[in-house]
Design a protein around this ligand. Structure first.
Ligand code: HEC
Length: 112
């Protein structure tokens, strides 16, 4: 392969990575704030969201608290696995959110 082509591919990959994560996080924020979708604001204070409830903990410093992305996917998919008493809806198990939507929400959570 020509060096110029290798360089172009490397630059392409570098640009595509963060840009993709950024747009997924934006989509995730929409889903999280949408009252008919994630509806996370009903229970959680989240930076940038209006009229939050306080049934759940404020969602902040999420990356520090849960460095492992899979833990967040698990919480959003079905928190009853971790805490059978939780009032948080199992968004994955109940199919309120698709796998792809949960992934976008988790991308958003990781920006908090
Ligand atoms: C009906 C209220 C309710 C809704 C709606 C809700 N949650 Fe929760 N959530 C909770 C409660 C309560 C907890 C505390 C842990 C528990 O109950 O097991 C929690 C915990 C969490 C945690 C762990 C926080 C920590 O600091 O440990 C995350 C992350 C989370 N929720 C994300 C979300 C997201 C994302 C949504 C929307 C897709 C959402 N929650 C919707 C009630 C809710």
């Amino acid at each position: 392969m020509k060096p110029a082509l290798v360089l172009a591919l490397l630059i392409g990959a570098a640009v595509a990575g963060p840009a993709h994560a950024q747009s997924a996080a934006t989509e995730g924020q929409k889903l999280a704030f949408d009252r008919g979708k994630g509806n996370c604001l009903t229970c959680h204070m989240i930076k940038g969201g209006d009229l939050p409830g306080t049934i759940g903990p404020e969602l902040k410093d999420i990356k520090t608290k849960y460095p492992n992305r899979d833990d967040l996917v698990a919480i959003v998919s079905d928190e009853t696995k971790r805490n059978p008493q939780t009032v948080m809806p199992p968004f994955g198990r109940n199919r309120i959110l698709s796998e792809k939507e949960i992934s976008a929400v988790v991308d958003f959570l990781q920006t908090l």
